[in-house]
Design a protein around this ligand. Structure first.
Ligand code: FE2
Ligand code: FE2
Length: 475
């Protein structure tokens, strides 16, 4: 592993200083990135000193450094996991061949598309979250938000490095376009649906980091299997940072649930109106937010049947989650996988060639992983002695992509009429009124160790600091 020279403009472990052309291309892109950060990054936060971790190497025993940083001065670096000279492609039609250190001509367009699609999600989420600092429920939470934001910025750098280093002029153009698209913009939106939704309040933020950053985990894990070695090594390191993003989401929702249960027990009530009157978020509203974020996120895996997914796999570009731990032939010809279809108004399973169903395979792995955290939230409710359980909705609920797109299905998985959907929509998805209520609770709390009334304090602080540590200093 090469050491990082902090006098470099761009901290890196890819020997950037030895590749003048590449270094210049990135230095040329950097001011555009900083302009984008100024326009679209965290709102009104430029002078804050934020207690952040910064990636300084890929050494598992000490890859990050903590300290106060003004966000525009954050050192967005480029880090790849160490290379394994003997690495082989371990799935698809090229199985057993040496992993590619360069982009094979015939896979160039597909690889570029994969990298651009991943890269586009990173700045998108920063844009979606840019106003949340103004309503942070504590300094601890504000710091966690900014930590996620700067690391999504670094993930953009990671993808832009690959575009500049391996895709020449096309890559440079794509890197510019990544700074030009805007989440939710009518004319030039981000590529994927969930990344054009608003993240208007902190319950949405916690649901987003729990569910949507977890989509990131699964996409990155599938790309970490790639036969294109630089992509595999880059995404492996990104996964290290992603774990904290999902922690922010899981612990965030858990703390909201905890606070709600405390209020319910203090008031001895299960009436949502009374819970709301006491300034907490009723469990029913939390369930509706969960339904929304879960359904919007599972659409990100794409159509249930996709010839592109088959091509990406067979070509060795994108593997399955935990590809290396699976014991089948890693080629998958002649094997089937069940996908959902509607026959006579009922959902039925239908076997299709697995290669075409690899989006569905990844989605199902994701769903299993998501449920585990929801069960941990339920343990909080159970401990409080409250007979309510959160549940992920049925896979067919509220889908916009693939065979199930536009179909009216209840959270329990029953196909319903348009009239039934309309009658229950406000029980199943957050209503404008729910969102207005949650918004009404949002207000910035900046005294160290104090928390807004709708969320419990965390169990512990960051990097062994106490909960009342001054995680953000205002100037
Ligand atoms: Fe990311
Ligand atoms: Fe993330």
């Amino acid at each position: 592993m090469s050491t990082i020279d902090y006098s470099d403009k761009i901290p890196n472990n890819v020997n950037l200083s030895e590749d003048r052309t590449l270094q210049r291309a990135l230095e040329h892109w950097q001011p555009g990135f900083l302009d984008w950060w100024k326009d679209m990054g965290p709102d009104n936060s430029r002078n804050f000193d934020v207690y952040l971790r910064t990636a300084i190497s890929v050494d598992p025993s000490g890859w990050a450094q903590f300290g106060y940083v003004k966000m525009p001065d954050y050192r967005w670096g480029i880090f790849l996991n160490p290379a394994d000279a003997d690495r082989k492609i371990h799935f698809g039609d090229h199985q057993g061949e040496a992993a590619w250190q360069d982009v094979p001509g015939e896979h160039r367009a597909n690889l570029r598309r994969i990298i651009v699609t991943q890269g586009d999600t990173e700045p998108a989420s920063v844009e979606q979250q840019r106003h949340l600092g103004l309503t942070a429920p504590s300094l601890y939470d504000m710091r966690n938000l900014f930590q996620v934001n700067v690391e999504e910025g670094r993930h953009l750098w990671a993808m832009v490095y690959l575009l500049h280093r391996y895709f020449g002029r096309d890559g440079r153009e794509e890197a510019e376009a990544l700074l030009a698209r805007r989440s939710g913009d009518a004319d030039n939106p981000r590529i994927l649906g969930a990344f054009n939704e608003k993240t208007p309040d902190w319950l949405s933020f916690f649901m987003f980091t729990y569910f949507t950053d977890r989509d990131g985990k699964f996409q990155l894990a599938a790309l970490a299997e790639s036969g294109f070695d630089p992509l595999a090594r880059t995404t492996k390191f990104m996964l290290t940072e992603e774990a904290h993003h999902m922690f922010v989401g899981e612990s965030g929702v858990s703390r909201v649930v905890q606070r709600t249960c405390d209020v319910m027990n203090q008031l001895k009530t299960d009436d949502p109106a009374k819970v709301r009157a006491a300034g907490a978020i009723d469990l029913q509203t939390i369930q509706r937010y969960l339904n929304f974020h879960f359904s919007v996120t599972i659409d990100l895996f794409g159509a249930d049947q996709s010839s592109n997914a088959a091509i990406f796999y067979s070509s060795g570009l994108k593997g399955r989650f935990d590809e290396g731990k699976r014991t089948d032939d890693h080629k998958l010809h002649g094997t089937n996988y069940p996908v959902l279809d509607v026959v006579d108004g009922r959902l039925v399973e239908r076997e299709v060639p697995m290669l075409n169903a690899l989006n569905e395979v990844l989605r199902d792995d994701y769903i299993k992983d998501s449920i585990a955290g929801v069960n941990r939230w339920n343990r909080v409710i159970e401990k409080a002695g409250i007979p309510f359980r959160l549940k992920v909705p049925h896979k067919a609920f509220n889908r916009q992509i693939g065979t199930l797109a536009g179909l009216r299905v209840s959270p329990e998985g029953k196909v319903v009429s348009e009239a039934e959907w309309k009658a229950h929509e406000n029980e199943w998805l957050p209503s404008a009124e729910d969102r207005a209520f949650v918004a009404s609770l949002m207000g910035r709390v900046v005294e160290p160790g104090k928390f807004a009334g709708w969320i419990a304090p965390p169990v512990m602080g960051i990097n062994r600091h106490p909960i009342d540590f001054e995680y953000v200093r205002f100037n």
